[in-house]
Design a protein around this ligand. Sequence first.
Ligand code: NAI
Ligand code: A1CAB
Length: 265
Amino acid sequence: MTLYFLGGGNMAAAIIAGLRRAAYPHAVAVAERCADKRARLHAQFGVQTLESLPPQLHGDDVLVLAVKPQDMAEACAGVDTGGALVLSIAAGLPVSALSQMLGGTRRIVRIMPNTPAAVASGVSGLYAAEGASAHDRERADAVMRSCGECVWLDTEEQMHAITAVSGSGPAYVFYLLNALQQAAQTLGFSPEHAKMLSLATFRGAVDLAAQSSDDFAVLQQQVTSKGGTTHAALASLRRDDVAQAVTRAAHAAAHRSREMAQTAP
Ligand SMILES: NC(=O)C1=CN([C@@H]2O[C@H](COP(=O)(O)OP(=O)(O)OC[C@H]3O[C@@H](n4cnc5c(N)ncnc54)[C@H](O)[C@@H]3O)[C@@H](O)[C@H]2O)C=CC1
Ligand SMILES: O=C(O)[C@@H]1CCC=N1
C-alpha cells in the first residue's frame, strides 16, 4: 500500500511531518506540480515525489487530495483511483462534488486537519461517505491520529463548523500571538523578548488549562484580582467586544465554507 498525496503544499507537508514523527509504516509518495516543492519535500522527509500521479492507483492505496479547492477539478481530471480509498482535506468541497470529479467513486472520507499536525499536535474532523467501509474509516483514522487527535462527525454539514473552529483556528491563535507580541513591543520589549514572552504566556496558559479540571472562565478569574491590573485589561477587552469578534470570525469562516460547497462544480 502507498499513501499518495495529490498536492504537496502547506497542509500536505504538515501531515507528512506528522506521519514521519509517528513512524507511519507505509510508503508515502507526493504528486506535486511545483519542482521546488518536490525537492523540498524529498529533502525534508525522504518521501518519493512525482510530477503527477501514476496512471492508475491500486485498490489498496490511499489517495489524499491536498490541492486548493479551486484547483481540485483540474487536478482530478484523468485520475484513475483504481478503487483506492480517497481522503479529501479540501475545505468546502462536498462528497458529491469529489465523487463526480473522480469518476463516481464513493469510497471517500473527508478530513479537516490543521497545521499543528506538523508537530503531532493537530486535531482533525473526519466524515465518512456512505461508500466508505469501517476498515476505510480505520485507515483514515490511523493517518490522522499520527498527526494528533481525531473527531468523527456524524453529518457532512458539521464539516463547516469544524473548519471554522479547528481548521482555520490556528490562524486565530497566531493572530492573537502576534497582537500580544506587538503590545509587548509598544511596552518597551525588544522583538525577540516580546516574541518569547507572548509564546511562553500562551503555552503556559494552554498547558495549565489542559491539566486543570476548571473551566476557562474560572482560570481567568484566578488571574484577576479585584481592582487590579487584569481587571483593567479585561474591562478593556469587554468594551472592545473581543469575545463577540471571535464568534463573528468563526461564523464568517463557516459561512465561507458553505458558500464554497454551494459553488462547487
Ligand atoms: N493550510 C491549512 O491550514 C489547511 C488547508 N486545508 C486544505 O488543504 C488543501 C491544501 O491547502 P494548502 O496546503 O494550504 O495549499 P497550498 O497552496 O500550500 O498547496 C496546494 C499544492 O497543490 C499543488 N497543486 C495544485 N494543482 C496540482 C496538480 N494538478 N498536481 C499536483 N499538484 C498540484 C500546488 O502546487 C500546491 O503546492 C486545501 O484544499 C485546503 O482547503 C485544510 C485544512 C487546513
Ligand atoms: O483557509 C482555508 O480555506 C483553509 C481551510 C482551513 C484552513 N485553511
